[in-house]
Ligand binder design. Structure first.
Ligand code: MOS
Length: 703
């Protein structure tokens, strides 16, 4: 039946104005349910058992005593688990990490490798039985020693080439008036998001239904369907609210083992990871050792730049932290070489962690630039402006926008950089030495193919369906504003439905591309719907729906080098008696495309900068050589910045719309952390006169 609702539209201009989260009330009242707390009838609970040795083979899994324990339903392990299909390349262009494909053989490639799942009526029963399960091993010697001079380092061309080079590096270095040749290290770092990984799997009318916490429902659904050899339409993954992801929430052991158990038991099974399990099961940022060689003329113009980065990966999956990649974008020189190397150790597989590559890479490169500025006697900002590239130094492509200088100029004005005495170690307040530092930031601004459906409802509202993921960023709200503007209606008339693979393929919340990719698809569908509605006199009860697919539209983006940029500023106080470094204030100015929701955008950028403080001063995952596992693999032993560590942190931006994006978006998810640790480290040098090239800058390293 046709309902005669007038189709009224107005230009609202919601994009660019501050909006609180559309789901904010649900979150603060507890009405928003997270994956580990959604109730299901007849729910069983699985608890993973992880290896206690770092290398070897499983000898036996003594299931009988555990199966006799209260509530225990089954124990899955390599002898009784179904075989999985692993020979495929997934949606993100990479092979599956065998760490997620649990119980396929008896090999143990690292400490904390999943060897069994105990399923019981309650989570407590499952955990007690898991802790009682005896697993024997044929142990082999392991090697977890990461150091910069490993002779077994290798290069691997992946998403980007491992090595780029032009010009004669040695000749240009020899002809340089100033040379910086330094090595920097960063430690193993962990995502430490608030919400641990959790999934519930069940069979529902012949379909596999997984309620999960992830960064992309279609991505996880695709991996599950391939691994379990299921038709894509037979798998549904939902992920409504997510308490942080940062790169670690893809397909992991908890979803796969939950699916195995739900299939075996024919009832819903939930597997939740605890914090300690996350330290070996959900990826991390590899430690890095980075060698930087810079050669410059007397006035600081670069003649030679070499950035070589080494990271570690596991023996089962190749993930190489591309730290030297940042030098391919930031600075040009007649002789320019970057090399991304890795070494395979008996450790868990690392993975994407917020600003993979750029975060550790910019620490090293931007700290080295500061050392060069000191040598040349040139202000660190002026040095960077003198070395702004005309085009992508390696790609040779023009930049779609390069507003780094604007960030530095506006940032310097607000921070009060002018008149800074460049000499280190001169400002003292009692036991405190005071210093300021700066660094540049950049991160690629890409987009991934997405589909969206926009429905004009009979009651005058609009429903948007897209398999987007709001991992705490405010994406749901940002997309509401984008849809409102595209449809020319107020945001209150938009109903945003996300986090469901049944909505069709969409980009993941990753690579700082989520909001842009989804906004693009929504804009295309909304534009077409608005045109359709112009010719309608009424809307039928089932509404009018328009679908979009941006796959073909994104090709144009490849013609230019596209990045967000930023300038980071920090002031620190270093206590010369305790060795404690405290950040007093930070400012980040960014050129990161059109900002959709200033309120949540500021939160994201400030969050990245706080993570930079944490990276500079606190975070460090330490492995025990003997056991191969972590000392203190939990939030008591692994220190992250807390409120007491975080002073006034300001983030703002310059006007920088992407001319080729329908909304002008670039992406802000990761650029906030990039360069933040370097700004802090450079400020510590300015305070003390000592260069700290190994993170974190702990009190014992200061003293
Ligand atoms: Mo991010 S490391 O792309 O989630």
């Amino acid at each position: 039946m046709a309902v005669t609702t007038a189709v009224t539209t107005t230009v609202t201009g919601a994009v660019g104005t501050a909006h609180t989260r559309v789901e904010g009330r649900e979150k603060v009242t507890g009405a928003a349910r997270y994956a580990g707390e959604i109730p299901f009838a007849d729910l069983a609970h699985g608890w993973l058992v992880l290896s206690t040795v770092a290398r070897g083979r499983i000898g036996s899994v003594e299931t009988a005593p555990v199966l006799a324990m209260p509530g225990v339903l089954t124990v899955l392990h390599h002898k009784n688990a179904p075989r999985l299909h692993l020979d495929y390349i997934g949606l993100l262009g990479v092979r599956p990490d065998p760490t997620a494909a649990v119980f396929q053989n008896d090999r143990v490639p690292h400490a904390g490798w999943p060897v069994a799942l105990v399923v019981a009526e309650t989570s407590e029963q499952a955990r007690e039985a898991a802790e009682a399960l005896v697993v024997t091993y044929e142990q082999e010697p392991h090697d977890i020693e990461f150091r910069g001079d490993r002779p077994d380092a290798f290069t691997l061309d992946g998403h980007m080439p491992a090595v780029t080079e032009k010009g004669d590096l040695e000749a240009e270095l020899a002809a340089s008036a100033h040379v910086v040749d330094v090595e920097y290290t960063t430690p193993e770092e962990h995502h430490a998001m608030m919400e641990p990984h959790a999934a519930t799997a069940r069979w529902d009318g012949g379909r596999l239904d997984v309620v999960d916490s992830n960064q992309g429902t279609t991505w996880v659904a695709d991996e599950l369907s391939r691994m379990f050899s299921l038709d894509a339409s037979a798998v549904r993954v939902r992920s409504e609210h997510v308490g942080g992801g940062f790169g670690s929430k893809g397909l992991r052991a908890h979803q796969v083992s939950a699916v195995m158990a739900a299939t075996a038991l024919r009832r819903p099974v939930r597997v939740v990871l605890n914090r300690r399990q996350m330290f070996s099961l959900t990826g991390y940022r590899s430690p890095t050792a980075q060698r930087i060689r810079l050669g410059a003329d007397a006035d600081g113009r670069l003649r030679a730049l070499e950035h070589r980065s080494l990271s570690q990966t596991s023996t089962v999956w190749d993930f190489v932290e591309p730290s030297a990649g940042v030098a391919r974008v930031m600075y040009d020189a007649p002789a320019h070489r970057t090399a991304i190397e890795a070494v395979r150790l008996d450790v868990p597989s690392p993975t994407w962690m917020r600003a993979p590559g750029e975060a550790p890479g910019a620490f090293a490169l931007e700290a080295a630039l500061d050392e060069l500025a000191e040598q040349c006697g040139v202000d660190p900002i002026e040095l960077r402006l003198r070395n702004e590239p005309e085009r992508g130094p390696v790609s040779g492509m023009p930049f779609s926008g390069h507003n780094l200088a604007a960030c530095f100029r506006e940032g310097a004005r607000r921070f009060g950089w002018a008149g800074r005495d460049p000499r280190p170690g001169l400002r003292r307040e009692g036991d405190l030495l005071i210093g300021t530092g700066t660094a540049a930031a950049s991160f690629p601004a890409g987009a991934g193919p997405s589909t969206a459906a926009v429905t004009a409802e009979a009651d005058g509202t609009f429903t948007v369906r897209i398999a987007a993921a709001d991992i705490g960023t405010g994406a749901r709200t940002a997309l509401t504003l984008v849809a409102a503007d595209a449809l020319r209606v107020p945001p209150a008339r938009i109903r945003m439905r996300i986090g469901d693979s049944d909505f069709g393929p969409a980009m993941i919340a990753g690579g700082s591309t989520g909001t842009r990719s989804w906004a693009w698809a929504i804009t295309v569908a909304a534009d077409e719907l608005r045109e359709r509605l112009a010719g309608e006199t009424g809307i039928p009860a089932e509404g009018i729906t328009v679908r979009s697919d941006t796959t073909a539209a994104l090709g144009a983006l490849a013609q230019k080098e596209r990045h967000s940029f930023g300038a980071q500023f920090a002031e620190v106080a270093v206590d010369v008696t305790t060795g404690e470094v405290r950040v007093r204030r930070m400012l980040g100015m960014f050129a990161a495309g059109r900002i959709v929701n200033p309120l949540t955008a500021r939160g994201q950028l400030v969050g990245g900068m706080v993570w930079g403080i944490s990276m500079a001063l606190h975070e460090e995952g330490i492995r025990d050589r003997a056991s191969g596992s972590h000392y203190g693999g939990d939030l008591a032993g692994y220190h992250i910045a807390t409120h007491a560590d975080v002073p006034v942190v300001e983030a703002d931006w310059v006007d920088d719309p992407d001319p080729d994006d329908p909304v002008g978006i670039k992406g802000i998810g990761e650029v906030g952390i990039v360069g933040a640790a370097a700004a802090v480290a450079n400020a510590v040098w300015h305070a003390t006169g000592v260069r700290h090239r190994n993170l974190p800058i702990r009190p014992d390293r200061i003293l």
